[in-house]
Design a protein around this ligand. Sequence first.
Ligand code: 4AD
Ligand code: MG
Length: 433
Amino acid sequence: MPVVTIDSVGQFAGQTVTINGWLYNLREAGKLLFPIFRDGTGTIQGVVSAKENSGAFEALKGLTQESSCIVTGRVNPDARAPGGFELHVETIDVVQRIPDSDPYPIQLKEHGPDFLLENRHLWMRTPRQAAILRIRAQVVHATRNYLDAHGYVLTDAPMFTPAACEGTSTLFEVDYFDEGKAYLTQSGQLYIEATAASLGRVYCFGPVFRAEKSKTRRHLTEFWMCEPEVAYAGLEDIMVLGEHLVSHIVQDVVAHRARELEVVGRDVSKLAAVCPPFPRISYDEAIAVLQKSGKDVKWGDDFGGDEETVLSSQYDRPVIVHHYPAAIKAFYMQPDAERPDRALSFDMLAPEGYGEIIGGSQRIHDYNLLLERIRQHGLSEKAFQWYLDLRRYGSVPHSGFGLGIERTVAWICGTTHIREVIPFPRMLYRIYP
Ligand code: 4AD
Ligand code: MG
């Protein structure tokens, strides 16, 4: 018997196949049993009749939820069945029966978020969570594919770093042998500025760490970021890359993960609209929009989740906000030549209130200006010698950004909280399991 996955049973209509899976649910109706099996690629309803098949009926009757089992049966087209096929069960081999005395903790009913997070290792088996993890994998795949296909070279950045990249207030400190303190990286950017000067167009893609004291639905302490960096590129070039990359990711998920988007209940028509060009507004314009809508903000303020939601809710696709005040942005950002109080920076805000998914900028390429900024920000000159070297030897204007993978996946899936879109979330109050 061919061993098949549930997502491919349509190719075996009328044939007898074997599925390696788990019992997701069981409905008993007298002499008929209606099990639902899952195998990680989907779910399929089966039917077993006591009269026709007493062996399978006895093996399945009373079988507990999430018991592992190998099922063999005939694939019957059935318009009423979810997925369009039903499995006419012939034999069932129970691999592990979960005893009635210690049932699977997650029943098919509503559970609170704390309970589910405490049981994340089991919660991820539910069809919705499995669909989200598949969409996440597709987002990662699409991100890499796009950059690989457009001449960007993957150059990995280190996780242990001697200095801060995104401000000193969110650093995780570790003891690093005789070298003293090291920090978990907040961003690979500084390192890929070096690889960009070596290779031209590069990116890094890995976990980054922020000791964020924020307990919001958008913040993790460990998250994944994809960061492209381009030599001889300015703010405009990098904004264009951002909108093309994001629309490619969204359209790739729509094309390849339709079933999963349906499982998570996503309105796909909203995603279909996500194609370039994205609307753009300057920070100055954004302030005016916010003031008009009654928000108490003035020029120079940073935006929080509320402000981002007001701004992004005006559009059906992500909006790019550019030229933020230099004072609220990172030390390495190139000032605008005409108005040095503004940085050549941009954030991309996802629609539907999902907030900032990209932060990026043109980088300072002048040695003296960068040194001045390092001093102003109270950063260690010694730790940044190598970074300053990039401005001593063949410096060029260059730009890049960071795309937050979880924020992007949360938006594409339409989840209310970012904790659902990473296999094991790390947050202010959670490090288990
Ligand atoms: O805006 P950020 O801090 O930018 C940087 O780190 C730059 N060095 C990137 C670069 O230019 N190469 O972070 C980039 C993105 C944000 O737009 C957001 O999507 C995500 O990372 N992000 C977070 N995601 C989850 N939890 C957090 N605590 C996050 N902080 C930032
Ligand atoms: Mg940012």
